[in-house]
Design a protein around this ligand. Sequence first.
Ligand SMILES: [Zn+2]
Ligand SMILES: [Zn+2]
Ligand SMILES: [Zn+2]
Ligand SMILES: [Zn+2]
Length: 392
Amino acid sequence: MKPAAKRWWTLAALALSMCLSTGFAPQSLLLSQDAPPTAPACKFCKSTGREVCSEHPAGECESEDGVLYCSHIADCKVCAGTGWVVCRECKSDVAQAALDKKKADIEKRRIALKALDGKMDRELCKVETKHFILVWELERIKVDKKFLNQHEGMHLYAVRLERLYDDYCARQKLVDKDFREKFKVFVWGWPKDHEAGALAFCGQNASGGVKLMGSTPAYSVCGNKRNFNDDDLLHRNIVHSVTHLMLSAQQFPAWMGNVKGGWCDEGLSHWFEDRYWGICDNYCYQESNSNVDFKGGKFRLAVRKLIETDKVPPAPQVFERTSDTLTLPEHAVAFSYVDYFLSRDGEKFKALCAELKRKVHTRDALKKVYDLSVMEFEALWKAWVLQTYPTK
Ligand SMILES: [Zn+2]
Ligand SMILES: [Zn+2]
Ligand SMILES: [Zn+2]
Ligand SMILES: [Zn+2]
């Protein structure tokens, strides 16, 4: 290869990697090797075709690429809510077209999201992503020993919610069309806002987190330091609660927690707590009591001990419970049932969930999906726990 051609390829490869990392489709670089790229190699913008908007603090514009709308910068006269402007040196057409498209999308979402503001009689701090609308009213939050401002905190939680969505769907092989609408999550800074917001968006209120299950899923919680004195606790609470919303919304919307599917409803939410933290400490009682604890939240260890000491709640009893009548040991066992099913086959678990939502009793659903009686299931599950769970 001639030196000039080699340099062109190096630049193209460099620009390609940059375009990929910033989320811009490098269309000009996908043409045949004879066609010159339409976006010129530019040292100023490193060939991304754009630069961050000068109106916002350093490091905050990059996260706008991950969202569809952010109220924090939506009114900016310079970037029109995109966080970026086209590079003043290369004036890339490709980048300009992408920014124009995002600006048009932002305007559409601004109008749709106005309805939320209307219910609270003020403009809410909010962000919209592919699968969530997150209202975030915590002025700051300490994450890993560093204080994040409201804007940074909101984007962090938007990323976390999308990550949960992907993980949740991957476990059961669900796709976007298994859900009817976006999930709304409200994290308030003041109890009075949570009280009004839960009533407005979830149809009821309580001092603890409030969920609206089913086809228009929503969760409202007061995320202040009094309720959650660190980021992990708030994050875990949101993972637990949003898992409930997702289970209730998938396929056909229905809440199984009040029709004897309590073990599956609570078990799956605990499963995601355990997955990320190895601790389960969220319980959905009518008036949630933050002091509830079972064996320090170490459910695997607890379940193993219950089986070893012959004190494990029998499956026929657990399968009669609604979500709010499960005892503490039953919560741990419910987690472990879900753990067992997900370790076998996520798609079969999805089928089991669908049966429970149709108000089929777990006994009959087990027979239909797994061809197992309750006794057979329980024996298999116990053996699996003793084989796989830690002893300390
Ligand atoms: Zn440039
Ligand atoms: Zn933002
Ligand atoms: Zn701006
Ligand atoms: Zn729960």
